[in-house]
Write a protein that binds this ligand. Structure first.
Ligand SMILES: Nc1ncnc2c1ncn2[C@@H]1O[C@H](COP(=O)(O)OP(=O)(O)OP(=O)(O)O)[C@@H](O)[C@H]1O
Length: 256
């Protein structure tokens, strides 16, 4: 389990600290799908930076399988958590397969190169996401949406218990958006703890995921169908909307 306990995160400025996330508590279990929602600039990426060990807590604690995140080396953390960033522009035109193979780094010692098994895992990950045909393309010459799918394949190849994705559907067409969330849902059902940020509350409602709603001065955590309603969406995004349809299971069963 990843347990966030009374966590405060922020950035040190010259003479003061700007707190972004304040006294936040929630958890992500293996086998759970969690969607983090919140308006632009509320702190979703900042929270990810804390979980990835890129910034230290100002207060509180992050426990990963009962171990304090601050005591984990980045290699150890890389065996437990994979991360799919929003944007990733590599400095070199690696082949798509090589980008996915990089994920195996946490499992390969510094002096050895990927083995046949690592290559098989990387190819399987590309196949799962229906993009095996891109394997030998330059990563810098594929579309933004295809790149996003490659990064998700890379996380799959990393084979960790927990996967954190930052707006994984932001560049995807409508079909691929549904496919990716459905795929994340099935990954959680296979026992992974999966967390994604989104600007589309419908994605949380469709799969009745756990949701963490980040608001300016407080947070709400629970099951999407129990807590997302018209008032919450209106308050969160400052617009007048009505939530009418929550369960569209039948529609989802048709996604291939
Ligand atoms: N390195 C930094 N130093 C100082 N302030 C920062 C830094 N990075 C982010 N911030 C501030 O922290 C706040 C939260 O930013 P963050 O990127 O976490 O929001 P977000 O919820 O992910 O936004 P979005 O939905 O637009 O991606 C913003 O006000 C931002 O300006």
């Amino acid at each position: 389990m990843i347990k966030i306990d009374n966590l405060t995160l922020g950035y040190k400025k010259k003479d003061h600290v700007k707190e972004i996330i304040k006294e936040l508590s929630f958890s992500l279990n293996k086998g759970e799908l969690l969607c983090i929602l919140g308006e632009n600039g509320v702190g979703k990426t900042t929270l990810y930076k804390g979980i990835l060990g890129l910034i230290k807590p100002l207060k509180g604690q992050i426990l990963i399988d009962d171990v304090d995140n601050e005591s984990l080396s980045s290699n150890k953390r890389g065996k437990l958590i994979s991360y799919v960033p929003q944007y990733h522009v590599p400095p070199f035109p690696y082949k798509v397969l090589d980008v996915v193979l990089m994920a195996r780094g946490a499992h390969i010692s510094k002096i050895s190169s990927p083995k046949k098994k690592d290559i098989e895992i990387a190819v399987n990950a590309l196949e799962t996401l229906n993009i095996k045909s891109l394997m030998n393309e330059d990563y810098t010459r594929i579309s933004g949406g295809e790149r996003q799918l490659v990064l998700i394949a890379r996380a799959l190849a990393q084979d960790t218990d927990y996967i954190f994705l930052d707006e994984p559907t932001s560049n995807l067409d409508f079909g691929n958006q549904l496919r990716v969330i459905k795929w994340l849902d099935s990954l959680s059902k296979k026992g992974k703890g999966v967390c994604f940020t989104s600007h589309n509350p419908r994605q949380a409602l469709m799969f009745n995921t756990k949701v963490l709603i980040l608001l300016k001065d407080h947070f709400i955590w629970g099951n999407a169908n129990n807590i997302i309603d018209s008032k919450l969406i209106s308050d969160m995004y400052g617009i007048d909307v009505r939530v009418r349809e929550r369960n569209i299971e039948t529609f989802l069963e048709g996604i291939r």
